[in-house]
Design a protein around this ligand. Structure first.
Ligand code: 6MZ
Length: 342
C-alpha cells in the first residue's frame, strides 16, 4: 500500500508560501513589470537556501499577491491543490496584510481568504478548510494587537472557519516577550494558539516564555531537544503537556535548520510516543506536497504502512476544529481503512 493514497490532514501551511508554480505563472502574467524569476520564489529539488534567504523570498511573493483578487485566487488554487494531493482537512494560515499601492486592508485580506474557502466549498471540493490568522513577529507588537482584534472579530462571525492564531515570521526578528500580551488576549477570546518556537538555536528564554502560554500546538520546535542541558526542562514541559509538534521535513532541510533527513527531530519525538503532525509549511517555496512529506518520513524512519496510517489518524486529535468535526473525520478514516490497508 502506498502511503500516498492515505487521506491526510494539513495543519501547518502558510498561504503565500504554498503558492504553486502554476499559480505563480498566472499571477506573474498579470504583473510583468515585477520581473520575478522562478528561482526567486521557489527552491527546486536538491537546492537549499538559508532561513534568511527564505524570508527574502516571502517578501518577493508578497509583491505578487498585493490585491484582494490575488489572495482569492491563491487561496482557491492552494485549496484545490491540497485536495488533489489527498488532503481532507486543511488548516491554512496567513498574515493579514495591508497594501497601500492597491488599497487592500487587513480586513479585506481576511475576507478574500474566507471567500476563497467558501467558493471551494460551493464548488464541492472534498476538503474541510479552516483558517488561522498569523501574527508576523517581524512587524512588532502594535500590528500584532491589531491582528488579534481582527482574528477575534472573525472568530465570532465565521461559524468555526477561523479557529486560531499563529505566531510566525522570521525567528531572528523581535522577541517572543513582545507578543505575550496579544497572544494571551487571543487565547482568552477562544482562539487556539499555534506558536512557532525554537525554530533556530539558542532561543531557550523565549521558548520558555511562549510555552508559558500553554500553546495548543508548536510549529517546528526544531531546537527544543537540542537545548543546553540547563534547558532540558523545556522538553519535559512539552512532553508533560503533550503539546503536538507540527513537523515540516523538507522545509527544515531546504531552509538549512536541519542538516540531514536522518537528523530531523521527528527521530527524537516520534519514538517517545509524543504527538507529531507532518506538514508542508510552504509547499510552493519548498517545492513539496504533503503526500511526499509522508513518504519521505516513512522512508527515512522506516515506518510501516500501519504506522503511517496511525500517524495520519492521530493528526485528527490535534486539529483546531470542534470535537464534532473530529468525530466526523475519524468516521471517514475508519470507513477508508479496511480497503486502504489491504
Ligand atoms: C516562520 C514562516 C515560515 O502569512 O504571507 N512563514 N514563519 N518560519 C517559517 N519557516 C520557513 N514560513 C512562512 O505566508 C508567508 C509568511 O509565513 C511566515 C512568514 O511570516 C512569511 O512571511 P503568509 O500567507
Amino acid at each position: 500500500m502506498d502511503p500516498l493514497l492515505f487521506p491526510i490532514q494539513e495543519l501547518h501551511a502558510h498561504l503565500n508560501g504554498s503558492i504553486s508554480a502554476a499559480t505563480m505563472k498566472k499571477l506573474m502574467a498579470q504583473k510583468p513589470d515585477l520581473r520575478i524569476q522562478n528561482e526567486m520564489i521557489t527552491i527546486d529539488k536538491g537546492k537549499k537556501r538559508n532561513l534568511e534567504e527564505c524570508f527574502q523570498m516571502f517578501r518577493i511573493i508578497h509583491q505578487i499577491t498585493s490585491r484582494p483578487e490575488d489572495i482569492l485566487m491563491v487561496t482557491k488554487d492552494v485549496i484545490r491543490e491540497f485536495a488533489t494531493d489527498g488532503v481532507k482537512y486543511l488548516e491554512l494560515r496567513s498574515t493579514p496584510r495591508e497594501e497601500e499601492s492597491t488599497g487592500m486592508t487587513k480586513r479585506m485580506y481576511v475576507e478574500a481568504v474566507l471567500e476563497g474557502i467558501k467558493q471551494c466549498k460551493e464548488e464541492g471540493w472534498d476538503i474541510d478548510v479552516r483558517f488561522l490568522v498569523s501574527v508576523d513577529r517581524s512587524r512588532g507588537t502594535a500590528a500584532a494587537k491589531e491582528t488579534v482584534k481582527l482574528a477575534e472579530d472573525f472568530l465570532l462571525s465565521t461559524d468555526g472557519v477561523v479557529v486560531g492564531l499563529d505566531l510566525s515570521g522570521n525567528p531572528q526578528a523581535g522577541h517572543g516577550r513582545d507578543f505575550l500580551e496579544p497572544l494571551l488576549e487571543a487565547k482568552k477570546a477562544g482562539l487556539k494558539l499555534a506558536l512557532h518556537l525554537s525554530e533556530i538555536p539558542k532561543r531557550e528564554d523565549e521558548t520558555r516564555l511562549l510555552l508559558g502560554l500553554s500553546p495548543d500546538r508548536i510549529g517546528h520546535g526544531t531546537f527544543l531537544h537540542a537545548s543546553e542541558s540547563a534547558a532540558r526542562d523545556l522538553v519535559e514541559l512539552v512532553r508533560q503537556n503533550r503539546t503536538p509538534l507540527e513537523l515540516c521535513l523538507t522545509s527544515n532541510l531546504k531552509g538549512e535548520t536541519v542538516p540531514s533527513r536522518a537528523q530531523h527531530h521527528f527521530g527524537f519525538w516520534y519514538p517517545l510516543g509524543h504527538p507529531v503532525v507532518l506538514c508542508t509549511d510552504d509547499k510552493g517555496v519548498f517545492a513539496t506536497e504533503l503526500s511526499q512529506e509522508y513518504q519521505l518520513v516513512a522512508e527515512t524512519f522506516r515506518l510501516s504502512d500501519e504506522q503511517v496510517w496511525a500517524l495520519c489518524l492521530d493528526a485528527i486529535n490535534h486539529i483546531f476544529a470542534s470535537s464534532h468535526t473530529k468525530t466526523k473525520l475519524r468516521e471517514q478514516w475508519r470507513m477508508l481503512k479496511p480497503t486502504l490497508l489491504e
